[in-house]
Design a protein around this ligand. Structure first.
Ligand code: DGL
Length: 266
């Protein structure tokens, strides 16, 4: 049996595309319906109640597109609104536990850093997920609220001075914490991977959850026997101007999606 319905992926904006990139690599036959809530980004500086409401609205939109599975490609939603999964008629994949698993696999010293949005860091979701798997781990966490606007603005070049200096300041306590592994706890952050890697140095493994999330999606489709057998067209919906989204998306995905992007009202 095959299931040619698309996989639904959502985020507050562009960040979830770093997960889409890995999904397309691992599951080239699958079609994607993406929703980027660019009209309301960022989520990570808002209250848990607001994030929960936004997550429910995003998921309802994807269900209207007849998706067979939903990926919350957003560290913030996965940290504070994961309970919405209980209300869904389709499987739900979040991004916190896959990141924690990869970090526990990668660390040698047990000293693990986590960076994310303020809502994500305040929730301590990654710390809990790591400590469940490695009880004596030491977690060093810091919120980096300016990273999401920098990515949405497209300031992602490794030699961008403003981005470099901002990252240097946010990462100082993580460096001081002598971690050997750093979880990029927000899906926007892999877009800044080069800058972060330059500052953290070679001795620190960066965890981009996209790869392990894609593995989780594959395992879920396998267990529900619902792989697609042919590719249809991917579709990208946004809640604000499509043009700026398309321009930066090209950078993140490595190909042009302009013709598949459409602005919608939730
Ligand atoms: N990509 C979202 C995350 O993973 C960004 C959240 C935000 O909009 O602040 O947390």
């Amino acid at each position: 049996m095959s299931d040619n319905r698309p996989i639904g992926v959502f985020d507050s904006g562009l960040g979830g595309l770093t997960v889409v990139k890995e999904l397309k690599k691992l599951l080239p036959n699958e079609s994607i319906v993406y929703f980027g809530d660019t009209g309301r980004v960022p989520y990570g500086t808002r209250s848990d109640e607001t994030i929960l409401r936004y997550a429910r609205e995003d998921e309802a939109f994807l269900l209207e597109q007849n998706v067979k599975l939903i990926v919350a490609a957003c560290g913030t939603v996965s940290s504070v609104a994961y309970m919405t999964s209980e209300e869904l008629p389709v499987p739900f994949i979040e991004v916190v536990n896959p990141a924690a698993e990869s970090a526990v696999e990668a660390t040698k010293t047990g000293r693990i850093g986590v960076i994310g949005t303020p809502a994500t860091i305040n929730s301590r979701a990654h710390a809990r997920a790591v400590l469940k798997r490695l009880t004596d781990a030491v977690i060093v966490a810091n919120a980096c609220p300016l990273f999401v606007p920098l990515v949405e603005e497209g300031w992602i070049d490794a030699d961008d001075e403003v981005t470099y200096n901002t990252a240097k300041r946010y990462l100082a306590p993580i460096i001081e914490g002598r971690v050997d592994t750093l979880i990029l706890g927000c899906t926007h952050y892999p877009a800044l991977e080069k800058v972060i890697a330059n500052i953290m140095g070679d001795g620190v493994t960066l965890i981009n959850m996209g790869t392990s999330v894609a593995q989780k999606v594959k395992a879920t489709l396998e267990s529900t026997n619902s792989f697609a057998d042919k590719v249809t067209v991917d579709k990208y919906y946004v809640s604000d101007r499509a043009a700026s989204f398309s321009a930066i998306a090209k950078n993140l995905l490595g190909h042009n999606i302009e013709e598949c992007v459409e602005q919608v009202k939730l």
